[in-house]
Design a protein around this ligand. Sequence first.
Ligand code: NAP
Length: 283
Amino acid sequence: MALIIDGRKISAQIKEECKEQVAAYQARGIEICLAVVQVGSDPASSVYVNNKKKACAYVGIRSLSYELDETVTEEELLQLVDRLNNDPAVNGILVQLPLPAHIDENKIIRAISPMKDVDGFHPYNVGALSIGLKGFVSCTPAGVIQLLKRSGIEIAGKNCVVIGRSNIVGKPMSMLLLRENGTVTVTHSRTKDLQEITSKADILIAALGKPKFITKEYVKEGAVVIDVGIHRNAENKLCGDVDFEDVKEKVSAITPVPGGVGVMTIAMLMCNCVASVEINERA
Ligand code: NAP
């Protein structure tokens, strides 16, 4: 019987820990403040932004909300980022992605001070992760590491296969597994014979963005399977990149969707906000 890794429980624990750390800072007169910038009113982005603000309120972090019109220029957005970079009361800056097509996302990400980049997307933080320096780590892959560690799953020495090489999930995921001493293989859409590689994985991370793509043929007996994918099917129900029902009897542990990786992302954002107090000091 596979262990169903409970992301809701683990994310709740992490938020409680953050709440205690925030209270300890408050007792020393330090308030943590996150600036959340949203451009336009895409409903999915609004849901994410609201959930982030709710989590901030829960753990005791002040959130400042900047809701900009869809027509805001790149220059105006850069000016706001610059203002927030220079505001000592703001510890973290989050610009909700995706941005409208007329704004260069990479330019905005690079404009955020690396010391306030709580999403961990700035090239400085990406580089810091790859050479083992302290910095902000992308929240979703950081959440996967917490799910593994807090479920007592050893990473060191394990054969870890990551499916996907995106900047926000696949690449930082592989760097984090490497940092934990896993033996890491990264696969992508040009990988030949994916099944041959995944079926040797002790820990398989699916982040390819294809609903229920990973069936039992892709999975080794007794493997740990972490499903990063999030999709809505025709009945508006959530599912992942892994065919959970097909795979669950074959594995030793697996994350469900929903209730697995998805709920960890905001908890890890709260951790990054708490860490921002110390990281800001290095600026
Ligand atoms: P993405 O940018 O679309 O990247 C997908 C990656 O998968 C690419 O590297 C692609 O390869 C690879 N890929 C696609 N089809 C493949 C195939 N048939 N075989 C092997 N590799 C394949 O997606 P993402 O942003 O990383 O997100 C991945 C999934 O995670 C999505 O379902 C997304 O919704 C979900 N997600 C969840 C969270 C969360 O839980 N909070 C956060 C972020 C993303 P190429 O590089 O060759 O194109």
